[in-house]
Design a protein around this ligand. Structure first.
Ligand SMILES: Nc1ncnc2c1ncn2[C@@H]1O[C@H](COP(=O)(O)OP(=O)(O)O)[C@@H](O)[C@H]1O
Ligand SMILES: [Mg+2]
Length: 290
C-alpha cells in the first residue's frame, strides 16, 4: 500500500511562462496519481509597486491605477488558465491571486501558513535570461521552502527516476519519495551512489575496493528500501554532483530525487552543495526532499 501522505497538498506557483506549463502538467499528473489537492498561486509583482520609484518620479495616480488594472487582468487570466487545466483533469483545485513585492517571499510564507506537502515549480520565468540556470523565484523557493520542492525542467514524463544516495537520513527520505513515485508511475528507479575519488587519487587503483565497500553498503541498504519497484544500482567514483548530472543525462532520467542536505554537519546552509549543484545544472527535473 502506497503512503500517499507525501503528496496530499500541492502548491503550484504559476506565471504563464513555458516552463510553468511543464510544471502545471507534471503537477496535474502527480495530483491524478496521488489524488492530491492542488492550489495554484500567482503573485502580481512589478516595479511600479516600489515606493521609492513612486516617490522619486511622482507617478500620477491615474497611471498607477491603470498599471495595477493591467497587471490584475493579466494575473486573473493566468489563474483562470491554470484552474481550467486542472479542472479538466478532474483535480481538486483552489487558487490564490495576490499582489506582493517579492513573489518568493509570499510563496514561502504560504507554504508555512497552509502546510503544503510539495511545491511544483518551473525552472525559469518567461523573461528569465538563458544565462541563469534557475529563475530567481525558483531558486529562492527551492532553497528556503519548508517542504519538498520539485523543479520542473522538462516535459512531464515520469518513466525514469534517479535517486542519489549518500547514506544520510536526508537521502533516505529522498529515496522514500522516489520509491512512491516509481511505484505509482511504474517507473524505473536508478539508485546511485558516488564515492569521492579523493582517496583513490591518493592511494591509487588498489584502494578502489576498500573505498567501494562503503558505497556497496549504502547501495545495499537503499535496495532494501526500494523493494517492490524495478531498480538498478550504480556505484561510481568522482565528484558527486558532476557524476550524478552526467549519469542522469546519459540515462535520460526524468526526475532526479535528492535530499536537501546530506552528511555534512554544517547547518549554516539550507541546501547541501551537491543538491544545490544538481538543482542548478541538471537537465532533468529535480525533486529536493526535506
Ligand atoms: N556522494 C553522493 N552520492 C550520491 N548522492 C549524494 C552524494 N552526496 C550527496 N548526495 C545527494 O545529495 C543530497 C544532499 O547532499 P549534500 O549536498 O552533499 O549535502 P551536505 O552538504 O549536507 O552533505 C543527499 O541527500 C543525497 O541525495
Ligand atoms: Mg555531502
Amino acid at each position: 500500500m502506497i503512503d500517499e501522505q507525501n503528496f496530499k497538498k500541492i502548491l503550484v506557483p504559476v506565471d504563464g511562462s513555458h516552463s510553468c506549463l511543464n510544471a502545471k502538467m507534471l503537477a496535474s499528473s502527480i495530483a491524478r496519481k496521488f489524488k492530491s489537492k492542488v492550489t495554484v498561486v500567482h503573485v502580481i509583482s512589478h516595479e511600479f509597486m516600489h515606493p521609492e520609484l513612486k516617490a522619486q518620479y511622482q507617478l500620477p495616480p491615474s497611471i498607477l491605477h491603470r498599471v495595477d488594472e493591467l497587471y490584475l487582468q493579466a494575473g486573473k487570466k493566468i489563474i483562470r488558465n491554470a484552474e481550467e487545466m486542472f479542472r479538466e483533469a478532474k483535480i481538486d483545485i483552489d487558487s490564490r491571486l495576490v499582489t506582493y513585492e517579492d513573489p518568493a517571499e509570499f510563496i514561502l510564507q504560504l507554504v508555512k501558513d497552509e502546510g503544503y506537502d510539495l511545491v511544483v515549480i518551473g525552472n525559469r520565468a518567461e523573461t528569465q535570461s538563458e544565462r541563469y540556470s534557475l529563475g530567481s523565484v525558483t531558486e529562492k523557493v527551492a532553497r528556503h521552502a519548508e517542504c519538498p520542492v520539485l523543479i520542473v525542467k522538462q516535459k512531464p514524463k515520469v518513466e525514469k527516476i534517479l535517486t542519489a544516495v549518500d547514506g544520510s537520513k536526508h537521502a533516505d527520505k529522498a529515496l522514500e519519495y522516489a520509491v512512491q513515485l516509481a511505484n505509482n508511475y511504474s517507473a524505473n528507479l536508478a539508485l546511485l551512489h558516488v564515492e569521492e575519488d579523493k582517496l583513490v587519487r591518493i592511494g591509487g587503483p588498489q584502494v578502489v575496493d576498500c573505498v567501494g565497500t562503503v558505497g556497496e553498503c549504502i547501495l545495499k541498504d537503499a535496495s532494501t528500501k526500494a523493494k517492490g519497484v524495478s531498480f538498478d544500482k550504480f556505484l561510481k567514483f568522482g565528484s558527486p554532483a558532476e557524476v550524478i548530472i552526467k549519469v542522469a543525462k546519459k540515462a535520460n532520467v526524468d526526475i532526479i530525487v535528492v535530499g536537501s542536505r546530506g552528511l555534512s554537519s554544517v547547518r549554516r546552509y539550507l541546501l547541501g552543495s551537491v543538491s544545490d549543484d544538481i538543482s542548478m545544472h541538471a537537465k532533468s527535473s529535480v525533486l529536493i526532499v526535506r
